[in-house]
Design a protein around this ligand. Sequence first.
Ligand SMILES: Cc1ncc(COP(=O)(O)O)c(C=O)c1O
Length: 397
Amino acid sequence: MESMSENSEEFYRIQKLPPYVFAVINEMRAQARAAQLDVIDLGMGNPDGATPRVVVSKMVEAARNARNHRYSASRGIPRLREEITRRYRANYGVELDPDKEAIVTIGAKDALAHLLFAVVGPGDAVVSPNPAYPIHQYGVIMAEGHACLLPLPSPAEFLNRLEHLYQSSSRPPKLILISFPHNPTTTCVDLDFFREIITMARRYGTLVVHDFAYADLGFDGYKPPSILQVEGAKEVAVEIFSMSKSYNMAGWRVGYCLGNPRMISALARIKSYLDYGVFQPIQIAAIIALRECEEETRKICAVYQKRRDILVSGLERAGWPVEKPRGSMFLWAPVPERFRAAGSLEFAKLLMEKALVAVSPGIGFGPLGEGYVRFALVENEHRIKQATRSIGKFLKR
Ligand SMILES: Cc1ncc(COP(=O)(O)O)c(C=O)c1O
């Protein structure tokens, strides 16, 4: 007899969505934990830190007020939209109209999925780097667009390939979907990269979506730029900002889509049919985060930087040299030579089985992610050291 989940495979859109590769590792982790084994989980990019206390207190206070229990505004309450535009002015020198150029979303995922749904039609090509965060590929497929995956060996090479694509295809891509600091590769870019993207997009009439989920996670003095800092960017581009990583608010589900008014209005229209916005006490608390927690954001970034250093030096001692990322909350590590032929999923399974360390196999981020695994910096320094010692023992066997 088929299980319920197997039955769902026959549905039109579900057929296009392969089962999450990460589910295999999650299942192994669950089994190991059920057997009382201590797994160090560096798999999912799920922040382990607490949301700033002032934000939690504001949420509790606002939740006590019955006026906040009603449906909220789908596009976000005006004061929150004003606050995010203030942050963009202060941090990037970017001016945004809170009514026409800013919308609150249920996290970045909601913004990405529904924006693609709103603007991409059957057969429209959407270019994005590969490997990539899964919704970047599957959001396009769900919208019945054509996901055009370009490799990202370096930002310059990505630009070369994009230019080549424009010159060789009869119909320019409808949209370019990028995200830097990049998940999973940790590639970082400077403002000149965005200038080139915007110039190309304006020349060929392409839209640009920049997912800025790791906006505040730049290390060693590197400050990730906003694409909206490029002059004229708003004519073609939106940026998606998330509270999940910058304020340890992943479970709260608050994000924003900012910039091009046409795309914002399309997203607002779709969302007006789908949701009633984020629970109002959460929106009120998010105002406090944006207004009062810049220092917390810097501390969160410093925690990841320290963990990065510990992981990189621990892996080095384990005989597994990996490049230090300039940003994000990940490490993108080439599978050691002698395990490469078996593939990243098999290697991730081995790490789980033999070292009790969970990582994400690169193949889960698309075909060009093969040959790598991703570590998320979501356990404390002590546990990361323990993980590298355990990996070292396994590799030296
Ligand atoms: C590139 C990228 N975009 C978006 C998200 C999800 O953000 P949110 O929690 O705001 O939906 C993640 C989370 O890991 C991510 O890596």
